[in-house]
Design a protein around this ligand. Sequence first.
Ligand code: SF4
Length: 375
Amino acid sequence: MAGLYIHIPFCRKACHYCNFHFSTQLKNIQPLVDAICREIDNEAPKFNHKLSTLYFGGGSPSILSHSQLSQIFTAVSTHFDISKIQEITLEANPEDMVRESIEQWKSLGVNRLSVGIQSLNDDELQWMNRSHTAKQAIQSLETAREFGFTNFSIDLIYGSEKKTLSQWQQELEWVNSIGVNHLSCYALTIEEDTPFGKWAKSNKIKTPPDEHAEAQFLYLSKWATQNHWEHYEISNLSKVGHRAIHNSNYWAGQPYLGIGPSAHSFSGHSRRWNISNNALYIHGIQNSTPTFTEEILSKKDIVNEFLLTQLRLTKGVNIQEINLLYPGFEELKRPVIEKLIRNFQIVDHNGHWSIPSAVRFLTDTITVELMVDEI
Ligand code: SF4
């Protein structure tokens, strides 16, 4: 069983913080959808036939018309066995969640909506150049519920200069009142090639000190414990039994196929990523020329990627597994691990090394200390 990811690289507006691959040239949607279907035809025979999850990400998959989404579903079900599929997720923006579309998503078999809400503060939404208001966001969930959707994830952003700790606390209060079962929370990062990146350089926007986002992250951890949410991955929280299956399979090292511009695939020993350019992607698919770059992973890459993903999880790294991947790892890293344990940055518990919630904000720095140079 495997996961299939389909990247839909179009958005109505460019959010000022976003560095994902997308275009606002909506007239090119149809040729891109045709190319996606052709890539599915080409790649599916090389991949595991049985799908456990299907994930439409982007970009904004909710921008597709019913016929475009149906076209992709037909290509998927022609080549894959979806009879045992556990999860079909569609990322949706509140402004696209109108009754007709929601009804169509339901009829196609989508059983989980990942809604890009980001904030409940209209000033902050406008500042980020989002296309919706807080009221629309709230309404979008209610409408989806009317059509039988019960499985929701929502995205929220914390740590911006526009969000005070008390506003963040209120947003989390609201989360408790709306009955969603999954939450993805990301600290706002200012990326160089974005409008925010340019404005930060010219001091047009402020970059709050790290402590601002850190305080909001710590509050999130505390809130999760008090309100029966599992903070199972650094950016992901769920109610019991509602972890994201598609992403959890990524973190468990399962293979997946990525279709569409900029999509990544993983086979267990290699990674490949499609070109992040819609026109070149369409041209490549139409002319049967490669649209991707492939890298065979070295032993060192496999070990370091394992550490990177596992230390983001609450349960942490399975010590037996890392010793199997890299015989002698524990011996080699013993002095570093002992130092991290003394500094309360790693806990050795139940055969796992994990990062305690009080310092989870430092996950990247801690992980670098455990990574290996050569094997
Ligand atoms: S809608 Fe999502 S993918 Fe599109 S620009 Fe905004 S954050 Fe990026």
